[in-house]
Design a protein around this ligand. Structure first.
Ligand code: FE2
Ligand code: FE2
Length: 290
């Protein structure tokens, strides 16, 4: 008989485990590695240039990757809740499978972030606890609920994530950080696409009702992401060396967010007929400079 918790069954064939201290220590690990390898780009962990950094720079980067680990871990629950909304709304099979897949991607992203924390601080940490509670309005129909949260999670948050990750990647020259950001970025593109696809599908079938449900969530979703952009950063200067490891200034991030609203989000919403007039107005040059 197989004992599902037998310690001696733990596979030794996974020396490439990203953050082995965050695993269960049971035979489940082998299946986990198979799942995670499906879209795995090789990360050159040994190519890190961490040794050129000062102690302060390492601490600054460790704190940033800890924030990222928290966000990625939170996104696991975000997609779990969104999947419930989509099942309840009878969303098509490809939307459901990609939403479930996105939750798995976020586990992998959290693992990658933990390994980056270990590189910069030497500590083997678990992700900071974080749970996502998406808006849940009992007066909304299942479809309106699914549309509202798809808009929030995928069309706004994940689409913004792709723009900020692309820009961060561009300034990153450390090979390990660059490969990690690239790996995460390629998944986030799909996390954004699944929402736009579902929105398009629902509008094709139900027109203005869906446009209105999406439109009501737009300002709430944008404010939610702006809160994250405006959040205080960990202590420590963003030096040239820190930038080369994948960190931009808060001002640069604000500029990207303002540009994302005008060049990506609003044109996308307008193309689908979702109301968004004046959406970017509060995020002007004064806000960027604040
Ligand atoms: Fe992610
Ligand atoms: Fe994501």
């Amino acid at each position: 008989m197989i004992d599902p918790l037998a310690r001696e069954e733990v596979p030794t064939a996974a020396p490439d485990a990203t953050s082995p201290w965050w695993l269960s220590g049971t035979p489940l690990e082998a299946e986990h590695h198979r799942l995670m390898r499906r879209r795995n780009a090789d990360i050159p962990w040994d190519a890190t240039t961490v040794e050129v950094l000062s102690a302060g720079e390492r601490a600054r980067l460790g704190a940033t990757w800890r924030r990222r680990a928290e966000a990625e871990y939170m996104a696991v629950s975000t997609f779990a809740v969104l999947a419930l909304d989509l099942v309840s709304a009878m969303a098509p099979a490809d939307v459901l499978s990609l939403c479930m897949r996105a939750g798995i991607d976020e586990v992998r992203h959290a693992e990658l972030c933990l390994r980056m924390i270990a590189i910069y601080t030497g500590a083997h940490e678990d992700p900071p606890p974080a749970m996502s509670y998406l808006p849940d309005d009992e007066d909304r129909s299942p479809r309106d609920q699914a549309i509202a949260n798809t808009l929030l999670v995928s069309c706004v948050s994940e689409t913004y994530a792709t723009t900020v990750l692309a820009a961060t990647r561009e300034l990153t020259t450390d090979p390990t950080a660059h490969a990690v950001l690239t790996s995460i970025y390629s998944d986030e593109v799909m996390h954004a696409r699944l929402g736009w696809a579902y929105l398009r599908h629902a509008i094709d079938r139900h027109g203005d009702e869906v446009r209105a449900a999406a439109g009501r969530m737009v300002p709430i979703a944008v404010r939610g992401v702006a809160n994250v952009v405006e959040r205080e950063r960990p202590d420590g200067e963003v030096t040239a060396a820190v930038r080369a490891h994948g960190l931009m200034t808060p001002g640069e991030e604000r500029a990207i967010f303002a540009r994302f609203l005008r060049a990506v989000l609003m044109p996308g919403l307008e193309a689908l007929g979702v109301p968004c007039a004046g959406l970017a107005d509060p995020y002007d040059d004064a806000w960027i400079a604040a």
